[in-house]
Design a protein around this ligand. Structure first.
Ligand SMILES: Nc1ncnc2c1ncn2[C@@H]1O[C@H](COP(=O)(O)OP(=O)(O)OP(=O)(O)O)[C@@H](O)[C@H]1O
Length: 251
């Protein structure tokens, strides 16, 4: 796309389905370091997009830029969510517009129970899933609703972090390495919940080191390498392309 052409959030960079979240020629910087180098990709409503690439490729930076947290700073390009210009917003407004970022460190609030963590997420409208619906999806959290959140196991804390995002009225879930450090059986449980979330129409961007797991779950994949998009297509295509897997994912 021409850099000077007016941006059309309905235009498609790589697919025929209408875009729900559009990243267009986004450049992002930490200070003077140019980390995300003018990337464009679309995410469609109700899909799981795996955002993959080697260490340092720029995956976390891309999620952070979309969520408009303090750094990295977007200095060129646009990000649109359901016709709203995220690139013009601060993190709080991006969250209000429907971004639900679950960072790698999960940020469970100390001194609060599971239920209090969830209720805190619902303190400002618009409210998302009810506690009842959340406990249906995550029975482990329902059983531990009175337990302090920081005393949960790593997998339970990851579930709480995802549940807390769902407790708000979000449109897109941004997950940064949700499987890190978790036993395969817990990863299975989290995958099941992500499938349910997709069935309910929510859109997810999944950044994950475990690329095989992510590709088996995702509908589409975008692969980054040194801050640029090197692949944008179906997840199955990546699984079937040995060269792509070896060159960019080392699998
Ligand atoms: N706060 C920061 N200040 C300066 N540079 C940073 C900062 N955070 C990340 N970077 C740099 O940005 C580049 C991309 O990092 P990023 O964390 O986005 O990559 P990643 O693909 O998520 O990597 P990983 O898979 O290892 O988590 C790296 O070179 C990293 O050193």
């Amino acid at each position: 796309m021409n850099q000077h052409a007016p941006f059309d959030p309905n235009a498609n960079h790589a697919s025929t389905a209408p875009a729900f979240l559009s990243v267009w020629e986004m450049e992002a910087y930490y200070g003077e370091s140019f980390i995300v180098q003018g990337i464009s990709f679309n995410v469609h409503e109700g899909e799981i997009l795996a955002l993959l690439g080697r260490n340092g490729a720029g995956k976390t930076s891309t999620l952070r830029a979309i969520a408009r947290v303090a750094e990295p700073e977007i200095r060129h390009g646009e990000v649109w969510l359901d016709h709203k210009p995220l690139h013009k917003m601060k993190a709080h407004d991006a969250a209000q517009a429907g971004i639900g970022l679950v960072p790698e460190d999960r940020r469970i609030i100390q001194g609060l129970t599971v239920e209090e963590n969830l209720k805190l997420a619902q303190i400002a409208p618009p409210v998302g899933w009810s506690l009842e619906r959340i406990y249906d999806l995550f029975p482990r959290l329902g059983e531990r609703r009175k337990q302090e959140g920081t005393t949960l196991s790593g997998g339970e804390q990851q579930m709480l972090a995802i549940a807390r995002a769902l407790a708000r009225d979000i449109k897109v879930l941004l997950l940064d390495e949700p499987y890190e450090g978790l036993a395969p059986v817990i990863v299975d449980e989290i995958e099941k919940t992500l499938n349910v979330v997709r069935d309910q129409g929510l859109t997810t961007i999944l950044v994950e080191q475990n690329a095989v797991r992510a590709l088996n779950l995702a509908d589409r994949a975008v692969i980054l390498d040194t801050g640029s998009v090197v692949f944008d297509g179906s997840a199955r295509e990546v699984l079937e392309d040995e060269r792509l897997r070896q060159e960019y994912l080392a699998i």
